[in-house]
Design a protein around this ligand. Structure first.
Ligand code: ATP
Length: 369
């Protein structure tokens, strides 16, 4: 069920520059985004891209150098001025480091924002019991953060962010300090929290798994510029650039020469002619996702045989084998996922899904076509 106080967030022509001594850093360049009320919105980008700055501008911890931020139709910041201050924006935030006070108990950590708001101790107690029940850490409230597990600390940080019933929840790399198994349950918890009240929720992450499992839509930020905004699967299938294709998942890339001297353009991959319908002649980079390239066996419908490759490394992670291979007659390497392991040094036939190949400009990395 959606609460009726949940807000839409709109950024209009937002720029943010920092002065680092003599150097001017343009952390955000002309950002325009509308995040719908109740949306789970992902922000993806490499280190230094401007993701945290974007969150801080929305939260009111930074002002946009130029441009405006709106919550519903109310302007909350404009041209280097906060019109609504951070305390009055009713935002819950969880950062990568969680920022728990180590000398305070779990109870006092969670109580902190309520005490700032001068709630009575009775009201605080009632609310803390309620929220720690929901997040299943009621039994830790008398302990200090150092006495509980990473997963529990993360729940404490979430409790503290949620205790005021925020209308917007900002999660900035909240899971990066968790190991893989706890990460999965942390994601589930974030999803549950969102489903409970449908709070407009923003998650910043460099881990595509977070974006895929949580975000309705995601923005890709690179060098302060919003380069793509779409549903995660759309970004995965149709990335606007080579950089984006790598940010949202694994991809094998090969440099090829597209020739256009007959009806359909084509290129050569390991001695096999592959069609490149509609693509311009010249050098290009092609990208193939691991699931679109496989070691051929009996179930090969839709895959085109592109010759043999030698198994170089076979490793195991998250339920599947990752196999690195190189073509038999070259040292061009690529990786695939496999249900079964393969022995190093073995030669195996390789197939690709031709219609899933992505094409990028060799100089700019922009998606072709
Ligand atoms: P990461 O994933 O590494 O946290 P990010 O995408 O969150 O990176 P930001 O922290 O938003 O990136 O930083 C964007 C750019 O702005 C960087 O070049 C950073 O050095 C710069 N920057 C951020 N905050 C400040 C500040 N307070 N003063 C000066 N420069 C800053």
């Amino acid at each position: 069920m959606q609460r009726d106080d949940i807000m839409e967030i709109r950024l209009e022509n937002v720029n943010k520059t920092f002065k680092n001594g003599k150097r001017v850093v343009e952390a955000l360049k002309n950002i325009n985004i509308k995040i719908n009320d109740g949306e789970f919105f992902g922000v993806l980008g490499p280190s230094g891209a401007g993701k945290t700055t974007l969150m801080r501008v929305i939260a009111g911890l930074e002002t946009p150098t130029t441009g405006s931020v709106y919550f519903d139709n109310n302007v909350v910041a404009r041209d280097n001025k906060n019109i609504v201050d951070v305390e009055d924006r009713n935002i819950g935030m969880v950062f990568q480091t969680w920022g728990l006070y180590p000398h305070l108990s779990v109870y006092d950590n969670i109580a902190f924002p309520l005490r700032v708001k001068r709630w009575s101790e009775d009201e605080i107690k009632k609310r803390i019991y309620e929220i720690t029940d929901i997040l299943n850490i009621r039994n830790t409230i008398n302990l200090k953060p150092g006495q509980i597990s990473g997963g529990q600390q993360q729940r404490v940080a979430l409790c503290r962010a949620l205790v005021k019933n925020p209308t917007i929840l900002i999660l900035d790399e909240p899971f990066s300090n968790l190991d893989a198994v706890i990460k999965d349950s942390a994601r589930e918890l974030a999803r549950e929290i969102h489903n409970r009240d449908t709070i407009t929720t923003l998650i910043v992450s460099h881990d595509p798994a977070d974006i895929f499992s949580l975000a309705d839509r995601a923005a890709v930020i690179n060098h302060g510029v919003m380069e793509q905004l779409a549903e995660p699967l759309e970004i995965y299938d149709n990335p606007k650039s080579l950089d984006i294709s790598k940010l949202i998942g694994d991809i094998n890339t090969f440099e090829v020469e597209i020739e256009n001297d007959n009806d359909t353009p084509f290129f050569d991959l390991n001695g096999t002619k592959i069609e490149a319908p509609g693509y311009p002649a010249g050098r290009a980079i092609i990208g193939i996702r691991p699931e679109d390239i496989k070691i051929l066996d009996n179930d090969d419908k839709g895959y085109k045989n592109i010759g043999e490759a030698t198994v170089r490394v076979s490793s195991y992670a998250s339920g599947q084998f990752k196999i690195t291979l190189s073509f038999v007659n070259s040292d061009i390497q690529f990786s695939i996922n496999s249900e079964i392991p393969y022995k190093t040094g073995k030669n195996v036939p390789i197939g690709i899904r031709e219609n899933k190949i992505k094409f990028f400009d060799i100089n700019t990395g922009a998606a072709l076509k």
